[in-house]
Design a protein around this ligand. Structure first.
Ligand code: ADP
Ligand code: MG
Length: 224
C-alpha cells in the first residue's frame, strides 16, 4: 500500500546546521495490519507518519500510495485522498466542544441522512459509549470516552488507512489498552499505523518499526 524510497526531511532549511528529522530510508507497508512506530521523542516518528499521510511533504524522496506519488499531487487531490481514504487520531481528541459526541462524528461524515446517523451510533456503541452519552458534549465525557469518540469519527468514512499519533498518551493504562484493542480489530481488514513513544501499548503489532535519530533502527514482522 505504501512504498517509501529514500525519504528525508529537513525542517530548518535556512539555518546552517541541517537537522534531518528523517535521514533517508526505504519502507514498504502492506494493505492491512497493525503497524507500530516507536522510538524516543524527537526520533522522527510523527514526521514519518505525516509524510505518509500527506500532511507533510518530505524534503526528498518518494512516497507512493497504491502507485500514486503523493508527494507530487496537487493540494486538492491530497485533501480528497485524506478525506476519502485516511482516518486520523491524535493525542488530543480535538472534538468540537460545543457539539455532542454524536454530532462530532456526523460532522466528519461524507454522507448524511438516516443511515449515517445509525452508523455513527453503531460506531459509538462499538467504542463502548452508552446511548445516554451520545448527546453529551466532550466536557461531560471522560478522557477515554472522548478518545473513543475521536476514533469513531476517524472510522465513519471507512478509511483504508488509520493514522494514529500517540493515541493513548493522554490515557490511563486501561483506556490505552482498550483503544489499542479497537485499533487492532480494525487492522484485521485495513492498515492501521500507530505512532507511540510508549512501547508497552504495542504488544500485538504485525509490523514493528523502531526509529532512532531520523532512521529506522529496526523493523520486525514484515515477512511473515
Ligand atoms: N515543525 C517543525 N519545525 C522544526 N523542527 C521540527 C518540526 N517538527 C519536528 N521537528 C524536529 O524534527 C525532529 C523529529 O520530530 P518528530 O517527528 O516530531 O519526532 P517524534 O514524533 O519521534 O517525537 C525533532 O528533532 C523535532 O524537533
Ligand atoms: Mg511525535
Amino acid at each position: 500500500m505504501f512504498e517509501v524510497n529514500n525519504i528525508s526531511m529537513i525542517y530548518d532549511m535556512d539555518t546552517d546546521e541541517k537537522m534531518y528529522a528523517l535521514g533517508g530510508f526505504d519502507l514498504s507497508l502492506p494493505d492491512k495490519g497493525l503497524v507500530g512506530i516507536s522510538g524516543p521523542s524527537g526520533s522522527g516518528k510523527s514526521t514519518l507518519m505525516y509524510c505518509l499521510s500527506t500532511l507533510k511533504k518530505p524534503t526528498e524522496g518518494s512516497v507512493r500510495y497504491n502507485g500514486i506519488e503523493i508527494t507530487e499531487i496537487p493540494d486538492r487531490e491530497r485533501e480528497t485522498l485524506r478525506r476519502k481514504e485516511f482516518g486520523f487520531v491524535f493525542q488530543k481528541h480535538y472534538l468540537v466542544p460545543y457539539m455532542s459526541a454524536l454530532d462530532n462524528i456526523l460532522v466528519a461524515a461524507s454522507d448524511s441522512g438516516k443511515e449515517t446517523v445509525e452508523k455513527a451510533k453503531e460506531l459509538l456503541k462499538t467504542m463502548g459509549l452508552k446511548e445516554r452519552d451520545f448527546r453529551k458534549k466532550p466536557a461531560k465525557l471522560s478522557g477515554g470516552q472522548c478518545q473513543r469518540a475521536a476514533i469513531a469519527r476517524a472510522l465513519i468514512n471507512d478509511p483504508k488507512v488509520i493514522f494514529a499519533d500517540e493515541p493513548t498518551a493522554s490515557l490511563d493504562h486501561e483506556n490505552a489498552f482498550n483503544i489499542m484493542k479497537i485499533l487492532k480489530e480494525y487492522s484485521k481488514e485495513r492498515l492501521v499505523i500507530v505512532v507511540t513513544h510508549d512501547r508497552t501499548v504495542l504488544t500485538d503489532v504485525d509490523i514493528m518499526i523502531e526509529m532512532w535519530d531520523g532512521k529506522i533502527s529496526n523493523i520486525s514482522g514484515q515477512d511473515r
